[in-house]
Write a protein that binds this ligand. Structure first.
Ligand SMILES: Cc1ncc(COP(=O)(O)O)c(C=O)c1O
Length: 388
């Protein structure tokens, strides 16, 4: 009996699912695997966020279904965060929709907006959910290459005008996963202009907006005046507040798409757990100063690993945002083979670039989500593997 729907053929099982199963098998065999593949922060959230969760869980009234658009307090908390961090004003009731992680919102937004045959402009390499969600909706992707010579920004002038006129939306994502590139305000201005010319919705994924180094501050799309009417931005507490497992994100901006997403979500979930909603509001509105120390730690890790990679002859650079390193595979080798060898021979798991699309071929991605000592150990093992 063939049970899966035809559209399932368009979306294979996610790489990290298969990789996690393999890593688990190796760990069960007693191998000391160092995981630098998935971007799940290793540091805990601060205690005041956990305390809010625990206190709320003790409230007998906190266990029922919640509204699909969460609580007023949480919508206000997201709007407050955007005002504080980016100087942007959003209407908490119409332009803010809390999500169960931004991945959920990204996938569902495409189901809510994309018709079969619609063209969506996607960066390549990309966060895999962009492509899978478009294909699942029956849409078609047009890829905008992210090249090192363009600082991993798409060259909008290279998009054929007939493609741009037929496209419905454009995805961008900075600080970028997987390349770790960042984008200046002028890039966002260019994208907004392009979107206005071709009547596109801009979808900006700002999942790494709070992870930055060397005095750099990432930009929100909405720092371009009026962009909150023309675009939708996704944000998340997964990386900003070390809360990946809690599944808290938000869709913000363009009212019509935020409300269409809400309408779809009234059919797919029944609200989040109230203690998580309360703790998320605490996370967004209370003390943020701990993030300085957290980002410093990522920065120290970044410097150690980049220096070692350069010493070993790899090509990479020090990113200003995100917690990834995007590393070129030495000439004559394939990223898949190198990643397989690293896992099979020295038990270090990295993500081969092809996981993020054709444009990722020839690279691998390292997530700096392990303590400094483990990263040093991983680099020692990498040295061993490349000299084998
Ligand atoms: C670029 C990007 N967007 C979105 C997400 C999803 O984050 P979450 O669903 O945890 O909010 C991730 C997670 O790795 C990501 O890297």
């Amino acid at each position: 009996m063939h049970l899966s729907a035809k559209r399932m053929e368009k979306i294979s099982t996610h790489f990290f699912n298969t990789r996690q199963e393999k890593v688990k098998r190796l760990i069960d065999e007693g191998k000391d695997v160092i995981c630098l593949d998935i971007g799940s922060p290793d540091m805990p959230p601060p205690q005041h966020i956990i305390d809010t969760l625990c206190n709320a869980a003790n409230d007998p009234q906190a266990h029922g279904y919640q509204a699909h658009n969460a609580t007023e307090a949480l919508r206000h908390a997201w709007a407050e965060m955007y005002h504080r961090e980016f100087g942007v004003k959003l209407d908490p009731n119409q332009q803010v929709l809390p999500l169960m992680g931004s991945k959920e919102g990204i996938f569902h937004l495409m189901q809510a907006l994309v018709n079969p045959g619609d063209i969506v402009l996607l960066p390549d390499p990309y966060y895999p959910t962009y492509l899978k969600s478009v294909l699942f909706a029956g849409g078609e992707a047009y890829f905008m290459p992210l090249l090192s010579e363009n600082d991993f920004l798409p060259d909008l002038t290279q998009i054929p005008r007939d493609i741009a006129s037929r496209a419905k939306l454009i995805w961008i994502n900075y600080p970028n996963n997987p390349t770790a590139a960042v984008a200046p305000l002028s890039f966002y201005q260019e994208v907004i202009q392009f979107a206005q010319e071709f009547k596109l919705l801009v979808c900006h994924d700002a999942a790494y907006s709070q992870i930055y180094f060397d005095g750099y501050r990432p930009t929100s799309l909405f720092q371009v005046p009026g962009a909150e009417k023309l675009g939708i931005e996704f944000n998340s507490l997964s990386k900003s507040h070390n809360l990946a497992g809690w599944r808290v994100g938000a869709a913000l901006g363009n009212e019509q798409s935020v409300q269409t997403l809400l309408s779809l979500k009234t059919n797919t979930d029944s609200g989040h757990f109230l203690p998580i909603l309360r703790a998320a509001a605490t996370a967004l509105t209370q003390d943020q100063s701990w993030q300085v120390e957290r980002n410093n730690r990522y920065q120290i890790r970044r410097d150690i690993v980049v220096e070692k990679l350069l010493e070993l002859g790899f090509e990479t650079s020090k990113p200003l945002g995100s917690f990834y390193l995007w590393v070129k595979v030495p000439r004559g080798q394939s990223a898949n083979q190198l990643a397989d060898r690293l896992l099979d021979e020295v038990y270090v798991s990295v993500a081969p670039g092809g996981v993020f699309g054709q444009g990722g071929e020839g690279y691998f991605r390292i997530a700096l989500t392990q303590p400094k000592e483990r990263l040093e150990e991983a680099m020692g093992r990498l040295e061993e593997a490349v000299s084998l």
